[in-house]
Ligand binder design. Sequence first.
Ligand SMILES: *[C@@H]1O[C@H](CO)[C@@H](O)[C@H](O)[C@H]1NC(C)=O
Ligand SMILES: *[C@@H]1O[C@H](CO)[C@@H](O)[C@H](O)[C@H]1NC(C)=O
Ligand SMILES: *[C@@H]1O[C@H](CO)[C@@H](O)[C@H](O)[C@H]1NC(C)=O
Length: 596
Amino acid sequence: MARLLWTVALLGAFRSAVSKPLGLDKRWEELKVKHEWVDVPKGWVQVGRPPTDYPLKMNIGLKQERFDELLEHLYEVSDPEHHRYGSHLSKEEVDELVAPNSMTVESLEAWLTYHDIDPVSSLARTDAGDWVTVTIPICKVEKMLDAKYGVYKHVDTHETIVRTISYSLPSFLHEHVSVIAPTTYFGTMQAMKSHVLIEELVDDQVSTSETVSTQTDVPDSCLRDITPACLFALYNAVGYKPAATDRNVLGVAGYLDQFANYADLQTFLTANRPEAVGFNFTTEKINGGGDDQSIPGVEANLDIQYTVSLSWPTPNVYFSTGGSPPFIPDDFTPTNTNEPYLDWLKYVSSKPKVPQTITTSYGDDEQTVPRDYAIVVCALFAQLGVRGSSVLFSSGDSGVGGGDCLTNDGRNVTQFQPAFPASCPFVTAVGGTTGIKPETAIFFTGGGFSNYFPRPPYQNDDVADYIDKLDGAYDGLYNAKGRGFPDVAARGDRFRVVISGKTYHVGGTSASSPTVAGLISLLNDYRISHGRPPLGFLNPFLYSKGAAGLVDIVGGTNPGCGTQGFNATAGWDPLTGLGTLDFGKLQSLVLYEDED
Ligand SMILES: *[C@@H]1O[C@H](CO)[C@@H](O)[C@H](O)[C@H]1NC(C)=O
Ligand SMILES: *[C@@H]1O[C@H](CO)[C@@H](O)[C@H](O)[C@H]1NC(C)=O
Ligand SMILES: *[C@@H]1O[C@H](CO)[C@@H](O)[C@H](O)[C@H]1NC(C)=O
């Protein structure tokens, strides 16, 4: 009650602020830091200042007042024991839950009005109104946010971006605005095929159409040479025929100018999945994303060749998200804001239908993503889950952490480095394995514990058991209360991939995530063709009923940060999660829950 009155009083104050700003100027001049880095993020050097009239497209994320309610829905519709299991929400229902309240909207508009920005003519808003975009000359943005933008260049990639080390907002707006971008997220996003990438050239004439009929039939060749046939055999999915291809869709999110090549897919299918020859995928271009067929991307081809060959003939869509073109200070490109996750998420969540399965093989070290920014992006993944999408991410290719593993918080201490978005509790993170009969964790498989997100209830027991087993090992190097990842695993090495007509071996958890996505898409097909809703957010199922359909991986370590890393053990572990998929068993488990 008290809170309500307070709200009404302030609303009144804001109405007058809009009409008579002079009396309340102070409110907009009292700025408080929203986010700042101690140092220029590692790998970046400032090479100049943007021109003062450079038009900056600001994305303003507004507080979603009913987000807790959205999470309640997410957990209910994703819990196989709950009577609402599978009752996913529509776009309109989600929009209602993520809409900002009127007080938030009025506060933002009053602030913009104070800075002579007309909230009616200048703003673009998402349907829910939770995101506002406005293009403003950078000199003005700097005043509004007490920020100093620089042009920064990455020492390895030579990518150039416009960012600031710190930004502020009027104290009063802190409770209404969740994030403003671009500001302090520099983005070191990488494809998760990193260091193992192209292992060797293999003879692309070799045919792999060995006939496999059961899981025990995994050909020995699969030890050194992974094909779709190997994955069907390894994960007990031989012979499944999709039947809901008019409704079921698999999406692959691509970034960093990685383009999936149509001709290479046909070459790959001819050699490795002959039944599917002639089958195509579509590309959706987002925010200036390209589709240049003269430069096939290794990551893009890996992702699409495996999702297509595993899920065929399920429609596959490749999302090519732009946003990281080189910034040329004297070429005014107002779209050059380089916020790939946000741009993709805003695009996909604005669609009336979202793909039932989505895989992404990119990530950052969690500590390089501002905490507020990571929380907002993670919340957008929860939105996809509640709408019935299974969202998969590679867990990373640096074991418990790459490089020196020093913290960037000014303390400079060694800490394991979890990967984001794998560390977000609302995605399913996929680790990597190697070998056959049995598979073991591959040495580079990313895994650990988030420093940003607390351990979610669905994995409480499994993760606590693992931490007990550690018996104090690595105390202080990881956050024992954090979200543990990955959740599941699949092979992560020696995948045949066709690039510019030639066959290579490619590895990384980049390969594992599309593999799991292909299998999950088949499970979604199985449910949908039996008149059931898709699986949606997978984790509550995987950590309960679904666990019986997973094969525990119990060998291997993931060294990093000068340590031996963790061990893959019986039960959940931060290398392979709960294990690899047994498609046949999962098939019976995914229909069982509503058999009554
Ligand atoms: C696949 O689609 C692309 C883009 O529309 C087209 O250029 C290509 O010829 C198609 N390939 C096949 C095999 O249909
Ligand atoms: C942290 O380490 C970096 C790299 O070794 C060094 O440049 C920096 O001065 C250190 N900062 C502190 C506070 O020790
Ligand atoms: C991993 O296993 C080895 C061999 O059993 C053991 O010596 C080591 O302490 C284990 N490490 C952790 C972190 O559990």
